[in-house]
Ligand binder design. Structure first.
Ligand SMILES: Nc1nc2c(c(=O)[nH]1)N[C@H]1C(S)=C(S)[C@@H](COP(=O)(O)O)O[C@H]1N2
Ligand SMILES: [Mo]
Length: 379
C-alpha cells in the first residue's frame, strides 16, 4: 500500500473535521451554554437569595421567559454537542494523549468540558422528564456542575481563540463544497445545515411548552399537556398525601407574625375582599401556562400578621415535601397581583391545584407558588 493511499484516506476524513465547520457549531454551542448558565444562575438566585440579592415582581412574565430560555437553550445544545463531538471525535484520541504540560492542561480542560457538558444536558433533560435514577439531589449537583462547565468552556475558548478567529474569517466556500462533492463526501455545508435544523427542531419542540401559540408543536415537551382547569399538574394531592387534610372542613389558614396569630377558615377567606389576576405558573422545568386566579391579596393577609418592614413572608403547606415551604420576597408580598388564590379559571381550586388555597405571585418560579397553604409566617 502506498503512502499516497494513506494520505487520501486521512484526507477523506478531513472535510467533516474542517475547522470552519467545528468553529461555527462550537460558537452556537457556546452561545447556548452562556444563555443556559446566566438564566440558570438567575433561577438559583431567586430560589436561594443571598443578602445582596433582591428579586423584582415586575414584569410578571420575566421568569417565564428566562426559564423558558434556560430549557430551550439546554435542549438546543444537545444536537449541537452531538454534532460537535461527532466531528472532533477522532481528535479526542490523537497521540500523544497528554504530551507537554501546556497540551496536558488543554486536554484536561477538554475532558472536563465534555464530561460536565454531557452531565448538565443529560441531568437537565432527565429532570424535565422527572426521571431521577440517581442518588444526588438534582438542583445542587446541576448548579455546582454549571460552574465547572462554564469555567472549562472559557478556558477552551481562550485556548482556541486564534483558531476561532481564523476559522470565522474563512467562509465555508463553494470551492470546499465542490471539493467534498467531487469526493462523494457529505459536504461541509450539509453538516452545518443538519446541525442547524436539528437544533431548530429541538428548540421549537420545547418552546411550545412556554410559548402558548406554539403549544401544539411541543411534541417533545412532557408537560405541555393540560391538567384539571386547563393547567398541568406536577404533584397531585394524593402524591403529597394531603388530600384528606386539605378537604377537611376543619382546615384553617394560620397567620403568624408581629401582629399576633390569626386563624382563618375558608369561609372567612372568601368573605375578605377578592381580586382577580391573570398570571402564569412558570415551572423550573420550562413549561409555563397563564391562568385567571381569584383570591385574597397576600399584602392584606401579611398586614394582618404585622408585616411592615421589608422582610420575606413564608408560605407553609400541608405538604411536608421538598416544596412545602417558600419564602416570598418583599416585592411579591407588596405587589397587589400576589394572591392567596381560592379560585382558578372561574371555578373553585381543584384539589390538585392547591385547594383550599395556594399562593400565586408574579415573576416567581413555580416551586415557590405553594399549594395547600396551612400557614403564612411574617418573618
Ligand atoms: N405544596 C406544594 N406546592 C407546590 C408544589 C409542591 O410540590 N408542593 N410544586 C410546585 C411546583 S414545582 C410548581 S411548577 C407549581 C405548579 O405545580 P403543579 O403543576 O403540580 O400544580 O406548584 C408548586 N407548588
Ligand atoms: Mo415546578
Amino acid at each position: 500500500m502506498s503512502i499516497d493511499r494513506i494520505t487520501t484516506t486521512s484526507a477523506a476524513a478531513e472535510p467533516i473535521r474542517d475547522r470552519r465547520v467545528t468553529t461555527r457549531v462550537g460558537l452556537a454551542l457556546a452561545t447556548c451554554f452562556v444563555v443556559c448558565f446566566v438564566t440558570g444562575l438567575l433561577s438559583h438566585l431567586i430560589q436561594h437569595p443571598p443578602d445582596w440579592f433582591a428579586w423584582i415582581s415586575r414584569p410578571s412574565w420575566l421568569y417565564r421567559v428566562t426559564q423558558g430560555l434556560h430549557v430551550i437553550s439546554g435542549v438546543t445544545a444537545i444536537p449541537l454537542l452531538l454534532v460537535k463531538l461527532g466531528i472532533v471525535y477522532p481528535k479526542l484520541f490523537e497521540r500523544p494523549l497528554i504530551g507537554s504540560p501546556v497540551r496536558a492542561i488543554e486536554r484536561i480542560s477538554i475532558a472536563v468540558l465534555v464530561s460536565s457538558a454531557i452531565f448538565q444536558l443529560l441531568t437537565g433533560l432527565m429532570n424535565i422528564a422527572q426521571w431521577y435514577p440517581w442518588r444526588f439531589f438534582f438542583p445542587t449537583a446541576h448548579y455546582a456542575m454549571a460552574y465547572v462547565a462554564i469555567g472549562a468552556l472559557l478556558i477552551h475558548i481562550a485556548v482556541k481563540l486564534p483558531i476561532i478567529r481564523d476559522a470565522l474569517q474563512s467562509p465555508v466556500d463553494a470551492e470546499s463544497v465542490a471539493e467534498d462533492d467531487s469526493r462523494g463526501l457529505i459536504t461541509r455545508r450539509t453538516v452545518l445545515r443538519s446541525a442547524w435544523v436539528a437544533a431548530g427542531i429541538g428548540a421549537v419542540a420545547f418552546a411550545g411548552q412556554t410559548v402558548t401559540p406554539l403549544r401544539r408543536l411541543a411534541v417533545l415537551a412532557p408537560r405541555s399537556g393540560e391538567g384539571p382547569q386547563a393547567l398541568p399538574i406536577n404533584r397531585t394531592a394524593a402524591q403529597a398525601g394531603i388530600a384528606a387534610a386539605a378537604r377537611s372542613p376543619d382546615h384553617r389558614l394560620l397567620l403568624t407574625g408581629p401582629g399576633g396569630e390569626h386563624v382563618l377558615s375558608l369561609d372567612q377567606l372568601r368573605a375578605m375582599p377578592q381580586h382577580t389576576v391573570r398570571l402564569p405558573i412558570a415551572c423550573v422545568e420550562g413549561w409555563s401556562v397563564e391562568a385567571e386566579w381569584t383570591g385574597v391579596r397576600l399584602a392584606d393577609l401579611a398586614a394582618m400578621a404585622g408585616h411592615i418592614g421589608d422582610g420575606d413572608v413564608r408560605m407553609v403547606s400541608l405538604d411536608r415535601g421538598l416544596y412545602g415551604t417558600a419564602d416570598i420576597p418583599v416585592a411579591q408580598v407588596r405587589n397587589p397581583s400576589t394572591l392567596v388564590a381560592l379560585r382558578l379559571n372561574g371555578a373553585e381550586l381543584d384539589i390538585d391545584h392547591g385547594y383550599p388555597c395556594r399562593l400565586i405571585a408574579p415573576n416567581l418560579p413555580g416551586v415557590m407558588q405553594t399549594k395547600w397553604l396551612s400557614r403564612i409566617e411574617v418573618l
